[in-house]
Design a protein around this ligand. Structure first.
Ligand code: AMP
Length: 396
């Protein structure tokens, strides 16, 4: 994989697509700087290799309008303090003036261009907009894994203008390498925990992963479609009746391929979707009418413990229950702790794709797993086996 470390830039401008889509408070202060922090090594590598970084990003959804409160200017002081470098802000991202400014960047200085999505051509993947953007750099680096699944002007189309002068940034390279460690793992047994709300949204992941696994743990709301397909009584739990046959075929496929599927054994049930609902435990296969399973119980975790502890590679996507409710967070928290314990004894573990990332952060486990993906939707599509436009554009 070609990265920013494979070039000597010799004083040239290096256009870097970063993901600075950070949350801002009412006073336009950055409230979570992790995306900016993650990109600092890439920026430093560019400078060390003799390049002059020109950063481009989107922020929020201005939908082609210039929306002052979505200006990337709000991120300047954070970039400055995290990098220790001077940042010059340019209040547009295309045009002669911008090109002129980029040609005057001083050594050791960073230039940040204005929000790409102030132009609708960005998300439309417009070729001439991509060409105008490309005029701001001599090399192109993509370090925005979070938008790699979009064929936007700055994430994919632009790469056409940098034949032989394009590479991945270090965030992007780490994401790809870490997910590939699971998808192409030789460190077996390999276990995936796929949880969350709906089978329909995780189907492609299950289908792509199944041939690569030894164990598949299905949990969260989506487990009930499988349990019902096996003849269990699931009460008012989340079920997608249209997917009962699909669930059966996944279980058949797993059996054919020698993959062991684990479903919850016990369930913590609520009489309504509310943290303060009445609750009780039952078998996950015998949930009474009027009750819905919102979490797993201790029996499930006890059964899963040797599976996780015995795995060499673990991928976790999607919570075990409604972890946002304190009364139903047990299973998700227990899974985070199990994975942390396995990691400590040498298992390679990766947590990725939306809510399980929020969960490990909530339970303070983010630094106790091997890798936490920042990818969100891009990570999900990568796990589905899709070729992401942002990755393809660099590799082509
Ligand atoms: P997803 O985005 O598909 O990974 O789903 C994450 C959401 O699934 C979280 O907001 C959880 O609250 C929800 N979830 C997990 N388990 C259950 C369950 N048993 N019933 C309903 N929703 C659930």
């Amino acid at each position: 994989m070609i990265t920013v470390n494979d070039f000597q830039f010799n004083g040239k401008r290096v256009l870097v697509r970063v993901d600075f889509n950070v949350p801002l408070d009412d006073d336009l202060r950055v409230t979570d700087d992790s995306r900016i922090r993650a990109t600092i090594p890439t920026i430093k590598a560019i400078v060390q290799n003799g390049g002059r970084p020109v950063l481009i990003s989107h922020l929020g959804r201005p939908e082609g309008e210039k929306v002052e409160k979505l200006s990337l200017r709000s991120t300047v002081s954070t970039i400055q303090s995290l990098s220790g470098m001077n940042v010059t802000f340019c209040d547009d991202c295309i045009g002669d003036e911008v090109v002129k400014m980029t040609k005057n960047i001083k050594e050791g200085e960073i230039m940040l261009l204005e929000n790409l999505r102030f132009y609708s051509e960005e998300t439309e993947g417009d070729l001439s907009f991509a060409e105008k953007l490309a005029a701001n750099g001599d090399f192109y680096i993509n370090d925005a894994f979070g938008t790699a699944h979009r064929a936007h002007a700055s994430t994919a189309v632009i790469a056409n203008f940098f034949e032989g002068k394009k590479a991945f940034g270090l965030v992007m390279a780490a994401e790809i390498e870490n997910v590939n460690k699971v998808l192409f793992s030789k460190e077996k047994p390999v276990t995936a925990i796929v949880g969350g709300a709906k089978v329909s949204s995780k189907l492609a992941i299950l289908e792509n992963l199944i041939s690569k696994l030894d164990h598949l743990i299905i949990a969260g709301g989506m487990a009930f479609t499988f349990i019902k397909a096996k003849g269990g009584q699931v009460g008012q739990s989340l079920v997608e009746d249209d997917f009962l046959e699909v669930a059966k075929s996944i279980m058949d496929l797993a059996e054919e391929k020698g993959v062991i599927i684990h479903l919850p054994i016990d369930s913590k049930n609520a009489d309504k979707f509310d943290n303060d609902a009445e609750s009780h435990f039952s078998s996950a296969y015998k949930i009474g009418d009027g009750w819905m399973g919102l979490d797993v119980g201790e029996d499930t975790i006890k059964e899963l413990e040797p599976v996780i502890m015995g795995s060499k590679t673990v991928l976790w996507n999607g919570p075990m229950g409604v972890f946002e409710f304190s009364n139903y967070e047990y299973g998700t928290k227990a899974m985070a702790e199990l994975i942390a314990r396995a990691t400590k004894k040498g298992t390679f573990s990766i947590v990725g794709g939306g809510d399980s990332v929020a969960a490990v952060k909530k339970f303070g486990m983010a630094d106790k797993v091997s890798y936490v993906s920042t990818g969100g939707g891009a990570m999900l599509e990568y796990l589905e086996g899709k070729t992401l436009p942002g990755i393809k554009a660099i590799l082509d």
